[in-house]
Design a protein around this ligand. Structure first.
Ligand SMILES: [Cu+2]
Length: 148
């Protein structure tokens, strides 16, 4: 029966593919991050509208536990941004996957500080944290690098 055959091929083929991909990617995933990565956690956003500073709630940042960060946003003159729509994304560029959680700003703490909750890194290596900041002078983006 064609249906049975194709289902069986799928049932056998998918796990085999997963295993092959897993073995192949193990070496791939061990690659060191680029040596010229900017690991600074305070920088101007891509179009220069804001200066963003990221600080983890506890240092060093470790692989595993869910934790929070504080993001501080200032305009280019150093004035704190009190009201902005902030979206958080990211992932591991060398592994082709995103963040394992969906972190979000849950509170404006004042003085341009925003609480980011729900951050988690589930493996060692190079992580990117992508922020989009939509504030009073416009929308801008920035990507921070983190090596765990
Ligand atoms: Cu990864």
């Amino acid at each position: 029966m064609p249906t049975f055959t194709s289902r069986r091929a799928l049932l056998l083929g998918v796990p085999a593919l997963v295993i092959v991909a897993g073995v192949a990617s193990a070496a791939w995933m061990m690659r060191p991050p680029p040596s010229d990565l900017d690991l600074s956690l305070q920088r101007a956003t891509d179009s220069g509208l804001y200066v963003a500073r990221l600080a983890p709630e506890t240092e060093p940042v470790s692989v595993g536990p869910m934790h929070s960060w504080t993001l501080t946003v200032e305009d280019r003159d150093g004035a704190p941004i009190e009201d902005a729509r902030i979206m958080i994304g990211g992932g591991m560029p060398q592994h082709g996957h995103g963040l394992p959680t969906a972190p979000a700003v849950t509170e404006a703490l004042g003085d341009g500080r925003f609480l980011i909750e729900g951050m988690k890194f589930n493996m060692p290596g190079w992580w990117e944290i992508d922020l989009s900041i939509d504030g009073p002078t416009g929308a801008d983006t920035i990507t921070f690098n983190l090596v765990l």
